[in-house]
Design a protein around this ligand. Structure first.
Ligand code: SAM
Ligand code: SF4
Length: 442
């Protein structure tokens, strides 16, 4: 009997990487591999990496260094590095120079070549490097290892054309390429038939969907078509403020299954900083869009991304960021200290802000936001909300956990049979990050 080959994925970063991992797992499953979580049993370990911030890079180099010992015990095990880090020449050179334990390096544009690369790596004593500098055509119909059967992510477009000056993504993921309407619709219809209750449409800037297609279609049109499929919940991320037009607000407002939840990063509150970031929106435009969204979509929940300590950001400019956070009252904010990324224009700016000041600003931002998040959650106490039940809570395994349409985490006591169902919960406790409630058996 031949041995069953086993793989492990270590996936870092955003949902795009999760998506790529699901596809690579699908390909490996077709090759007869199965997943394991024990490194000593693995025949293949793949690091699917993120390079948006420097600490993500450092973590991966640390882990790959540690793999030397695992390989010593099991010299036939293959070690691969892929994803955004692999798109950077400096990373590839560092791997070739100092990490001979790595057998394969491949980028974000050619994950479909994984089976071929494994074959080459088995035959070779050298590290195989196959990184495409430009994106190829979108490859459809790759196998995919979707896990939970309840919620799925559907990529509607790849890449980004915005070139925010701090951001590595356009360099590692290439230009915007939209998938065809037909393939997206068919994929979601299939998910609905398979019993999925929720889809999240993914793209770096979903609301620029369609600009590269021959047909006359934009994100609002696509969203409307998806709404007609009848899958219970539709989410999408990320939205760029510059493309959040009235038509899109109308489609969300009039939609049936489109969740009242919008992730719309503003990054910085000062117009001077936004300009240096090449964000293509002003604070006034952003606040006007938010006002329009709130006026048209009752109970909408808003989340955002914010960067503090961008080169030369003054204390006053930072206060403009705090001001936006206070004015908008986001439900949730992902907050980051600026991290210079080699190859981006901002990396050439002199950084005059001390580490102390950057950390202090981040801390203040987090404190202001946490207070708002808690206050927003308290508004749910006494309300009855619809929750899509996802499974047992990781923090409290006695309880089930799920999310509201507004993406709030809700924990409650209930039977296992509720997993995968849309249920009603009466909220009786609000925490900063989650809600607790009681299942209402109708
Ligand atoms: N496409 C999305 C957008 O435009 O908002 C998000 C892409 S990026 C992977 C996610 C977030 O990481 C960004 O919104 C930004 O706040 C943050 N980010 C990107 N580059 C960064 C950098 N060099 N330093 C710190 N944060 C960064
Ligand atoms: Fe990066 Fe800006 Fe594109 Fe988002 S929109 S991926 S932050 S370049």
């Amino acid at each position: 009997m031949s041995k069953v080959l086993k793989y492990i994925f270590r996936t870092y970063g955003c949902q795009m990487n999760e998506h790529d991992t699901e596809i690579m797992e699908g390909m490996l499953n077709e090759l007869g591999y199965t997943a394991t979580d024990q490194e000593e049993l693995a025949d293949l370990i793949i690091f699917n990496t993120c390079s948006v911030r420097e600490n993500a890079d450092n973590k991966v180099f640390g882990e790959i260094g540690r793999m030397k010992n695992i390989k010593r015990e099991n010299p036939n095990m293959l070690l691969a590095l892929c994803g955004c880090m692999a798109q950077q020449e400096s990373v590839v050179n560092r791997i070739l120079k100092s990490y001979p334990q790595v057998d394969m390096v491949f980028g974000t544009h050619n994950i479909h070549k994984l089976p071929e690369l494994i074959e080459q790596a088995i035959m070779s004593r050298e590290t195989i490097v196959d990184v495409w500098q430009t994106e190829g055509d979108i490859i459809e119909n790759l196998p995919r290892n979707r896990k939970d059967g309840i919620k799925a992510c559907v990529t509607i477009m790849y890449g980004c054309n915005n070139f925010c000056t701090y951001c590595i993504v356009p360099h590692t993921r290439g230009r915007e390429r939209s998938r065809s309407v037909e393939t997206i619709i068919n994929e979601i219809k299939q998910l609905k038939n398979d019993g999925y209750k929720e889809v999240t449409l993914l793209g770096q800037n979903v609301n620029s969907y369609g600009k590269d297609l021959k047909e006359d279609i934009d994100f609002s049109d696509l969203l409307k078509l998806i709404d007609e499929i009848g899958i219970a919940r539709i989410r999408f991320m990320t939205s760029h403020p510059k493309d959040f037009n009235d038509k899109l607000i109308d489609v969300i407002k009039n939609g049936k299954n489109i969740c009242e939840q919008i992730h719309i990063p503003f990054q910085a509150g000062s117009n001077e900083v936004l300009k240096r970031m090449n964000r293509k929106h002003s604070r006034e435009w952003y606040l006007e869009r938010i006002k329009k969204i709130k006026n048209n979509i009752p109970n909408v929940s808003l989340s955002t991304d914010v960067i503090v300590g961008f080169p030369d950001e003054t204390e006053e400019q930072f206060e403009h960021t705090i001001d936006i956070v206070r004015q908008v009252e986001f439900d949730l904010a992902y907050t980051f200290i600026y991290s210079p990324r080699e190859g981006t224009p901002a990396a050439n700016l002199t950084d005059t802000i001390s580490v102390y000041d950057k950390k202090r600003r981040l801390q203040k931002l987090i404190e202001v936001q946490n207070e708002i998040s808690k206050k927003k959650n308290q508004q749910y106490v006494g309300e009855i909300v619809e929750v899509l039940v996802e499974g047992y809570s990781k923090t409290n395994p006695q309880k089930l956990t799920g999310r509201t349409r507004t993406n709030k985490i809700v924990n409650f006591i209930g039977e296992e049979t509720l997993i995968g169902q849309l249920v009603h919960i009466r909220i009786d406790l609000a925490k900063t990050w989650s809600l607790e409630g009681v299942y209402i058996n109708e």
